[in-house]
Ligand binder design. Structure first.
Ligand code: DGY
Length: 320
C-alpha cells in the first residue's frame, strides 16, 4: 500500500511507515502542491500524510474517495472539511498533546521578547545603532504580576498559563467555549466574558482553533477595547486576528505590542510594516519546531496512517 506525504517529514515517522511495509512517496519541492497536483499524487495512494496547509476540502475528497485515511502532521485541522471526510468514510488523524509544551514555549517566548522589544533591538545592533548606554532608551514593560488573558483554554493555553504564573506570578483570566476546571483549580484562572478578557488583560494570548466563529475575532472592535499597554500574542492561526486592524491598533497606540508566530497570509511578506515596528516580534510559524516535538508529531502521524490502513481506530482521530 502507498502513502503520499506532502512535505519532507522527520525520519522517525518515515521509519515507522517503512517498517509497516508501506511504499512512500514524498513531495520534496520547496513549494506548496497545487490542488491539482495533490489530487494527481493521491490517485494511486491509499493514504495521505499532510503536513502544511493544503486544503482538504469537499472537492478534493470527492476526487479521492478511495483514500483509507488522512493523517495531518499538525494538531490544527482548519484546512480540512471534517464533515465531508466523515461522509466519505475517511478518518482524519491529527497530532494533539505532543506539541503542547513546544507551542506554549513559543507563546511565552513571544510574550517576553515583545515585552522587551527583543527582535527590534537585535536589528538595531545589526544596523550599527548601539552607540552608548541611555537609561531612558530601549525600555520595555515588566511582566511581573501583570494579568494574562488566555483565549482558548485547551492544553496549550493551560501550558502557557502555567509558565506565566510560575515565572511572573501572573493572575490568569480566560475565555473558552466552556469553563476549564483544571485551570481554575490548579492556576486560580478566572472564566470571563470575551469583553472582560479584552478589557482586563495586560497580555492576551490566543490558543483557540480557527473556525467560522473565531475567524477575525481580534478585529478593530476588539483591539479598541484592549488596554493601551496590552501585548497581543498569537501562536494559534493567523486567521484569528485581522491584520490591517492589528496594524492600525498598534499605530494608534490602542495596544502596546504584538508577538506573532502565525500570520495571514503565511509566509508574511518581508516588506510587511509589522516587521519594522519596535514592539512587534514575528516568527515564521515555528510553534512546534523542536527536533523532539517534530519527531513525536511524525511518529503519531505515522501511527495514525498505519492504524487507518488496518481499518483500526486512529490513535488521534478528529472525526466525531
Ligand atoms: C499545528 O500543529 O497545527 C501547527 O500549527 C502546524 O501547522
Amino acid at each position: 500500500m502507498k502513502v503520499f506525504i506532502t512535505r519532507v517529514i522527520p525520519q522517525a515517522g518515515l521509519r515507522l511507515l517503512e517498517e509497516a511495509g508501506l511504499t512512500i512517496e514524498q513531495w520534496t519541492k520547496k513549494r506548496n502542491l497545487t490542488p491539482a497536483e495533490l489530487v494527481d499524487h493521491c490517485r494511486d495512494a491509499d493514504a495521505l500524510l499532510s503536513a502544511g496547509s493544503s486544503k482538504i476540502d469537499a472537492g478534493f475528497l470527492a476526487a479521492v474517495p478511495h483514500l483509507k485515511v488522512i493523517a495531518l502532521h499538525a494538531v490544527g485541522y482548519d484546512n480540512v472539511d471534517i464533515t465531508a471526510a466523515t461522509a466519505h468514510g475517511i478518518p482524519i488523524g491529527n497530532t494533539p498533546g505532543v506539541l503542547t509544551d513546544a507551542t506554549a514555549d513559543t507563546a511565552f517566548l513571544l510574550m517576553l521578547a515583545t515585552s522587551r522589544k527583543a527582535f527590534y533591538l537585535h536589528k538595531k545592533i545589526l544596523r550599527g545603532d548601539w552607540n552608548f548606554f541611555e537609561p531612558t532608551a530601549n525600555l520595555g514593560l515588566s511582566l511581573e504580576g501583570k494579568t494574562l488573558g488566555i483565549f482558548g483554554m485547551g492544553s496549550i493555553g493551560q501550558a502557557m498559563a502555567r509558565r506565566s504564573k510560575a515565572a511572573y506570578n501572573m493572575p490568569i483570566l480566560y475565555h473558552n467555549r466552556k469553563p476549564c476546571t483544571t485551570a481554575e483549580k490548579e492556576l486560580g484562572a478566572r472564566y470571563v466574558s470575551f469583553e472582560t478578557l479584552l478589557r482586563e488583560s495586560d497580555v492576551l494570548s490566543v490558543h483557540a482553533p480557527l473556525t467560522a466563529d473565531t475567524q477575525d475575532k481580534f478585529n478593530a472592535a476588539a483591539f479598541a477595547q484592549m488596554k493601551p499597554n496590552a501585548i497581543f500574542v498569537n501562536t494559534a492561526r493567523g486567521g484569528l486576528h485581522n491584520e490591517p486592524d492589528l496594524i492600525s491598533a498598534l499605530l494608534n497606540h490602542q495596544i502596546w505590542g504584538a508577538g506573532l508566530d502565525v500570520t495571514n497570509p503565511e509566509p508574511m511578506h518581508p516588506d510587511n510594516v509589522l516587521l519594522q515596528m519596535p514592539n512587534v516580534c514575528v516568527l515564521p510559524h515555528i510553534g512546534s519546531a523542536t527536533v523532539e516535538t517534530r519527531d513525536a508529531m511524525a511518529i503519531l502521524a505515522a501511527r495514525n496512517i498505519i492504524a487507518g490502513l488496518k481499518g483500526e481506530r486512529l490513535p488521534a482521530v478528529v472525526n466525531p
